[in-house]
Design a protein around this ligand. Sequence first.
Ligand SMILES: NC(=O)c1ccc[n+]([C@@H]2O[C@H](COP(=O)([O-])OP(=O)(O)OC[C@H]3O[C@@H](n4cnc5c(N)ncnc54)[C@H](OP(=O)(O)O)[C@@H]3O)[C@@H](O)[C@H]2O)c1
Length: 322
Amino acid sequence: MEYRKLGNSGLKVSAISLGAWLTYGSDVVQEETSMQCVRRAIEGGVNFIDVADMYSYGRGEELVGKVIKDYKRSDLVISTKAFWPMGDNVNDRGLSRKHIVESVNKSLKRFDMDYVDIFFCHRFDVNVPLDETVRAIDDLIRQGKILYWGTSMWNAANINDGHAMVKQINATRPIVEQPEYNMLDRDFVESGLETALANHGMSMVVFSPLAQGILTGKYNDGIPKDSRYNSVDWFKDNVTEDKLVKARGITKLAQEMGTTAAALAIAWILYNPLVASTITGATKPSQVDENLIFFYVNLTTEINTKIESILQNKPVIKNYTD
Ligand SMILES: NC(=O)c1ccc[n+]([C@@H]2O[C@H](COP(=O)([O-])OP(=O)(O)OC[C@H]3O[C@@H](n4cnc5c(N)ncnc54)[C@H](OP(=O)(O)O)[C@@H]3O)[C@@H](O)[C@H]2O)c1
């Protein structure tokens, strides 16, 4: 396994990591299978497990907390997040001081842990003054409940504002952004975000690296019964013919290279030096195993050129600060 530094910090994460969204603690994956997936990942060298308060309404955190009791806590990097509503109450959401503090305390109880390594703001909150959010996170860091913090789907302007605020109030800076990034969904990252992250010494840990399964090639010839397509209603709209044409092209290229589409898709993301980790999902231990072989893919300039000619979706760079 390769380990990469998270931005301008001393923390290292495995180049491939495992997330619990729609899987562990949910009704889709049985508890024993979930535990096997997490174990298989850790035993394969994965040290970073990504969770959020809202993954299966807290059950994702409970499941991960339960499995990792069999391992040395300090060997692992565990993250959680807050922002999305966790109940009907007006305060049970967003990035207010009240919600952040209460949410982290509840997460720690569910994990049965003293601290999380990384706390992510699960989105930018336009309804809360930024100094309130940053001070609340800084206080949790001083209390030792979180060690580092990051953002998720903050655009370049949000990142610039966040860093201006931490400088102004002398608070702890965010070290990592968690955007969606894969061969099929690259606009958000490649249209200006990367410059802002590089300027502020931040890395990315990217989510949905396999486009939720499309880039494994599993939908190339039809819909497998046992797939996210059949377990998550809204995901059906994501499986478009345009994406399938690209996935078929990537699968063919991977076969010519003697590897899998999933491994090639992960290696392509990790070619970007701003990416510290690709946060994969898996419903079966065999998927965890397959996704770990990215390490053997040799991504040359020639292969990258072939990939771009299949994808035909490189975005034109926009400047968010204009
Ligand atoms: N910050 C955010 O807003 C945000 C949003 C989304 C996700 N995330 C994080 O990113 C993590 C990963 O997201 P994701 O689940 O969308 O990632 P993904 O790796 O793109 O998709 C994972 C899904 O694809 C299928 N799959 C994976 N490997 C496979 C293989 N080798 N062969 C066949 N099928 C395979 C499985 O679904 P099936 O078997 O059911 O088809 C699996 O659950 C989440 O768990 C979460 O931690 C964060």
